[in-house]
Design a protein around this ligand. Sequence first.
Ligand code: AMP
Ligand code: MG
Length: 499
Amino acid sequence: MQVVKSSETHDLHFNFDNSFARSLEGFFVSCQAEPVVAPKLLQFNHALAVELGLDPVALDSEAGLAIFSGNAMPEGSEPLAQAYAGHQFGGFSPQLGDGRALLLGEVIDIRQRRRDIQLKGSGRTPFSRGGDGKAALGPVLREYLLGEGMHALGIPTTRALAAVSTGEGVYRETSLPGAILTRVAASHIRVGTFQYGAARGDVEKVRELADYAIARHYPEIADAENPYLAFFAAVADAQAALVARWMTVGFIHGVMNTDNMTISGETIDYGPCAFMDSYASGTVFSSIDHHGRYAYANQPEILSWNLARLAETLIPFVDPDKDRAIELLTEMIECIQPIYESHWLAGMRPKIGLLTEDPLDQKLIVDLLSVMEAGHADFTLVFRRLSQALRGECDSVRQLFKEPDAFDVWMQRWQKRLEQDEIVTETGVEAMNRVNPIYIPRNHKVEEALAAATDQQDMTPFTKLLTVLSHPFDEVAGNEAYAAPAPVTGIPYQTFCGT
Ligand code: AMP
Ligand code: MG
């Protein structure tokens, strides 16, 4: 494998400091990317490169392409595939691991944060099982768009640094163009990473992992009286906050398996995810989620279920008395839904323009959702257009409801509640528009962009959509098509895992 060094003209230096490789033997296997024949740089994230302390000019080049395609390793990289286990749709697999991903290493970014840089789709690893270790272009671009869209919405997420096409076909029922995503994450440690150690019965290894995760993600709890219990509470809070944020934008992750829930609380793995158009609490997009386990409204409950799996791995460290450890962790698990609810309320109140807290707010918001569901109203646009109703212009939001009578009744309650907060109209409108996006990754727009890239090698719709999604709260004249829901076809939208 070729190693790319800093050239005289450009600085290709990565500020690598590979703590995972150094500290967590047993949780990874060193391996290399498979070279590809004809890579092409399709998209490169200059702003993120700068944030990572990298030289964007140096990387937006042939040498950068060699790195993002896995054909060359940057100096200081120690490529490895991470081991993890996971409950997939409720069934436990003791060994999953990075079957199509390679951690190049960790860099310390310009804000002194440690960030993983990973190639996804770079070929087989010891964890590939029957898979080819490759990724298809459509899913790579989908992860790029949705991840960057999520980031612009202010929701914690892994990021996309680059997307390359490999010039090779990957076979998924038919042959598809291959691609590699360079993914950036606070870390790739998952609930499933803890389950991997625990499933092997290696208590000391799990403790090392917990100590590492505390130092990396929650250093403030290192001195807590019971650091492992505090660690559980911190992860629970981060994940509860995350799922609450998803719920406030109508996001359905689609595959909340324990191997897809990060310890850092970032959204990861944009396989079958999608945003809802018209509000229906039971919405499921994933073609393989036959029983709706990961339906929109089930996400908070799955959050608790997944965290209970993390708790099981921590029992040996929380208290020397096993029964006491279980008791302490159970108490915390029982607090997850109330914690989630408070994050959710804190996210929803400003969406309907509220500044203060009233015990009846929860019911007011839940009732709006019921009215939206009955009226088949568009989730994103209802919240966005509520701000116009604040100005007394109610038509645009009303017309989103099939039968607006119930909404009219709700609006009267809402307006009374607003009076209580003494909302100043224009300030209120501005505040609401800062939390209610006008542009989200609409499924039909995402599909249109991916189809153009895949079928016509035309990246224009992708680039345009990415630009729109990077400012989701700022209405731009001419971009009306990006705010509109999908035309009603009668065919339910379906997503697929097949990266
Ligand atoms: P996911 O559903 O994307 O979270 O992936 C679940 C597991 O399947 C992970 O261990 C992946 O590494 C593995 N996997 C998915 N696709 C492939 C592939 N094409 N080749 C090898 N492993 C894969
Ligand atoms: Mg995954």
